[in-house]
Write a protein that binds this ligand. Sequence first.
Ligand SMILES: [Zn+2]
Length: 218
Amino acid sequence: MNVIILGQAGSGKGTQAEILAKKYNLDHFDTGKLLRQIAKMGGVLGQEIHEIINIKKELVPSRILQEILHLRLTDLQREQGIVFDGVPRNLEQAEYFSVALQEFGRKIDKVFFINVSEKESIARISSRRICKNCKRVLIMGKDLASETDRCPACGGEIMHRIDDTVSGIKKRLHVFSEETMPVINFYKEQGLLIEIDGGQDIEKVAEEIKTHNKVKDL
Ligand SMILES: [Zn+2]
């Protein structure tokens, strides 16, 4: 089973990907995590990624995502299912995904689009803080009481990422509607898309995804 989970910032797609990976024993293709791992390993690719994500703090180009996808597909047994978390994020990547998966004898079985409103996205993300030390995501009002609090897990300093401010979120939502919505339509045309109301709580969303996965071919 190869599944893609897409959704706007704050849709909870990462959490759902994790739940799905555990439940069906899937490999969780988490681009951010893979990039950080490869950056640490060094080498030509690792060094290049390190410069982009840690120094320039930019998004990696599609070419690098392609290399990572290729590496991951080479590493995994064909029977090992994968859940792709938040990728492909544009049409160019989606087309490459189709080619690469086919090359490895795989296909995408389902694409879940966890759809959240702009209002909900802003409400969820703007309360998000990150521990500078352990990188844990912390929620203001839930895990933290004030901006001067320290990480409850490790005591590290907390920060508010520029991406997680209201203007940062609006920018991300705009990029999503311009670049990722065409990907969603691309899968819709192929009959693979399942849209889920991401305004519901985590358990409800997980329950809906589970229901759709009971279909016999998975
Ligand atoms: Zn921490």
